[in-house]
Design a protein around this ligand. Structure first.
Ligand SMILES: NC(=O)c1ccc[n+]([C@@H]2O[C@H](COP(=O)([O-])OP(=O)(O)OC[C@H]3O[C@@H](n4cnc5c(N)ncnc54)[C@H](OP(=O)(O)O)[C@@H]3O)[C@@H](O)[C@H]2O)c1
Length: 342
């Protein structure tokens, strides 16, 4: 099979196609022939050597894909060859075939295209865990989402607005603000504009926000606290603005300054909560993953939610797809198509 094997860290061009033996499913595993891959910010970090959950190189990156089961390992009885699935993994999906424990081969979403099925697992599970399970969203909550036009952000806007909440999204361009409003937000604010803080205060009004889903870090994280209502909670699920290089001590200092943090006395004074989540724990927890996926599928079907696929690249264009995700120009999910569109 063809696969991107990460041998060293670096820029997008370290992603080179190689020829690898087809993986063989062991006991309790299935092999999935991949049709399309969903790209994630964590894979940009992995490629740069900045992702703590990455295995030792060389390895095949890629956390999610969609395709068809084409081989079953010993003891797998409840699955069938030919079954269309979505793969949720820590790595291994930048390939024509991937082997995972059967719990990580999830049922596809009814009526979704291949691209949409490649775009759903990580973004929606992250938004769901952060909003519904950690922040315990209620329809009366007012929600602020940062990096709201990206993969996780668009999922969060859709989930929170369909849950009955009033939602505001923050993003870095006027085009992105329009998308955020289209997806169901009552307002959207550009955090790269000079008057960002004043504009955010104005939109927050006296009511402020009950829940903030924070994905950026630095100034954006700091800007959330003055607009958080008493009993409000901030859920940190990422810090996309943090970028550091081992060889650059200034970047370590910037990271130290910008990594999200809050003191307990400040939280107590405001009656605020700070939570953080990492989806990595989900793939090893079969019962939780199955429950969450069932909840998400049923919620998505009830509310007619479909992921925003911003752009699709060919398998051979993986480096260009990474470059595009890093450029901040992307909206929604970037999908890489492995088999040709039929
Ligand atoms: N906790 C978890 O388990 C989990 C799971 C999935 C993702 N995440 C995190 O969620 C965040 C979003 O992930 P994603 O895959 O959906 O990516 P994404 O949002 O589609 O892309 C990243 C976005 O971050 C924004 N951003 C803000 N400041 C930036 C900066 N200085 N440099 C580059 N981008 C910047 C950009 O949007 P604007 O131009 O609009 O600012 C960019 O489009 C990431 O931080 C990721 O690590 C966490």
């Amino acid at each position: 099979m063809r696969a991107f094997l990460l041998r060293r860290s670096g820029g997008p061009d370290v992603l080179q196609l190689t020829s690898q033996p087809d993986p063989v499913p062991g006991a309790g595993q299935v092999r999935v022939r991949v049709d399309a891959i969903g790209l994630n910010w964590a894979e940009v970090l992995s490629r740069k050597g900045l992702y703590g959950w990455a295995p030792k190189r060389p390895y095949i990156p890629g956390m999610e894909a969609t395709g068809t089961i084409d081989a079953l390992g010993a003891g797998v009885t409840g699955r069938r060859v030919g079954e269309p699935v979505i793969v949720a993994a820590q790595y291994g999906c930048y390939a024509e075939a991937v082997v995972v424990p059967e719990r990580q081969a999830l049922p596809v979403m009814t009526g979704f295209s291949v691209e949409e099925n490649a775009a759903v697992a990580v973004n929606y599970a992250t938004a769901w865990v952060a909003l519904m399970e950690m922040a315990r969203l209620r329809p009366s909550d007012r929600v602020l989402v940062t990096a709201a036009a990206g993969g996780v952000g668009t999922a969060a806007i859709q989930i929170a607005s369909r849950a009955g909440c009033r939602v505001v999204g923050l993003a870095g361009s006027e085009e992105k603000l329009a998308l955020i409003r289209e997806l169901g937000a009552e307002a959207a604010v550009n955090y790269r504009a000079a008057d960002f803080r004043a504009r955010l205060r104005e939109v927050a009004g006296a009511e402020r926000f009950d829940v903030v889903l924070e994905l950026v870090g630095g100034d954006v994280f700091r800007s959330a606290w003055p607009v958080l209502a008493p009993f409000g909670r901030v859920v940190v699920a990422g810090f996309a603005s943090l970028d550091y290089a081992w060889w650059n001590p200034v970047s370590w200092l910037r990271t130290l300054r910008d990594i999200p943090r809050a003191g307990i006395s400040a939280l107590a004074t405001g009656s605020h909560g700070l939570l953080a989540t990492h989806l990595g724990y989900l793939v090893g927890d079969g019962p939780r993953l199955a429950r969450l996926w069932a909840d998400l599928r049923s919620f998505g079907e009830t509310h007619g939610i479909r992921p925003v696929v911003g752009r699709t690249f060919a398998f051979e264009e993986m480096a260009a797809a990474h470059r595009y995700l890093e450029s901040r120009a992307s909206v929604g999910k970037i999908v890489v198509r492995v088999t040709p569109t039929t």
